[in-house]
Design a protein around this ligand. Structure first.
Ligand code: TIU
Length: 228
C-alpha cells in the first residue's frame, strides 16, 4: 500500500500499524474566546480544515483503524504548566485566566473540549498534553509501542507549533510520519507553507506530506473526489 506523497511515495505496511493523529482540534484554538484568540490570532481561518479532518476520521472509523486525538491542557492548579509558559505573552488573558469559554487551556473547561464535529468516540485514544509536542510528559510512546504502530498520519492545529513539534518528536523516535497538507492549518499561512516545505526537504528529513485525497486513495477508503 502506498500514498502519492512528497518528496516521494509513502509506503504503508499493514493498516494495523497506522494511526491517524489529530492534534488539538479544540475550541480553545478554533473558536473566539479561547487561547488562540487570547494570543492575538484570528481563529476563524483554522475552521476551513474541519471537513477534511472529518473525512479522514470517518475513513479511519469505517476501517476500524487506530485514531489518536490530542488536547493541549493544564491541570486546574497549573502544577503541570511551566511558569515560563504561563507568563509568556502580553495578551489580555493568560493560561488559567477566566474567559468566555471557562478558564483558558484548563482541562475540563468548555473551551478545552475538542470541537463537536470531531468529538472522540469512547474507543479512541485521547492524549492530554501539557506541551506543544504530544510525546512530552505523556504516555503516547508507550501506547504506540503496545499497539505496534509504526506509521503516523498527522493532522490538526497549528501546523508550525503543535503539529510540527509532534512530528519532529515522532520522527526522532523512529516513527514514519506523514503530515496531511489540507488537514492542518496555521494562523499564519506562510508558516504553514514553510513547515510543509521544511518537513519534506532534504529527501524527507522529517517525513512526508500528502493531500487528504491522496491519503484516502492510498488507504482504499473514501474516494478522492469526496475531498473538497
Ligand atoms: N499558538 C499556536 O499556534 N499553537 C498553540 O499554542 N498550540 C497548538 O499548536 N496546538
Amino acid at each position: 500500500m502506498r500514498i502519492d506523497a512528497q518528496p516521494y511515495d509513502y509506503e504503508l505496511p499493514n493498516l494495523s500499524q497506522v494511526a491517524l493523529v489529530i492534534i488539538d482540534m479544540q475550541r480553545d484554538f478554533l473558536e473566539p474566546g479561547g487561547f488562540g484568540e487570547a494570543l492575538g490570532n484570528d481563529v476563524h481561518r483554522l475552521q476551513a480544515i474541519v471537513p477534511t479532518v472529518k473525512l479522514l476520521l470517518d475513513s479511519f472509523r469505517a476501517q476500524n483503524l487506530t485514531i489518536i486525538h490530542t488536547i493541549e491542557c493544564h491541570l486546574p492548579d497549573l502544577s503541570d504548566c511551566p511558569v515560563s509558559k504561563q507568563k509568556r505573552g502580553r495578551g489580555t488573558l493568560n493560561i488559567g485566566d477566566l474567559g468566555p469559554m471557562g478558564r483558558i487551556l484548563i482541562k475540563g473547561e468548555p473551551g478545552n473540549d475538542i470541537i463537536s464535529e470531531l468529538a472522540p468516540l469512547p474507543s479512541e485514544i485521547v492524549i492530554h498534553k501539557p506541551g506543544k509536542g504530544a510525546f512530552c510528559r505523556t504516555n503516547l510512546e508507550v501506547l504506540l509501542n503496545e499497539r505496534e504502530i509504526t506509521h503516523l498520519l498527522i493532522t490538526g492545529v497549528t501546523t508550525e507549533v503543535c503539529v510540527q513539534t509532534t512530528m519532529r518528536e515522532a520522527n526522532d523516535r523512529g516513527y514514519e510520519c506523514l503530515m496531511v497538507e489540507d488537514a492542518t492549518e496555521s494562523y499564519f499561512p506562510e508558516f504553514k507553507q514553510a513547515t510543509l516545505a521544511m518537513v519534506r526537504a532534504q529527501s524527507g528529513i522529517v517525513g512526508w506530506t500528502a493531500s487528504a485525497a491522496a491519503v484516502l486513495q492510498g488507504l482504499g477508503g473514501v474516494k478522492s473526489a469526496a475531498v473538497r
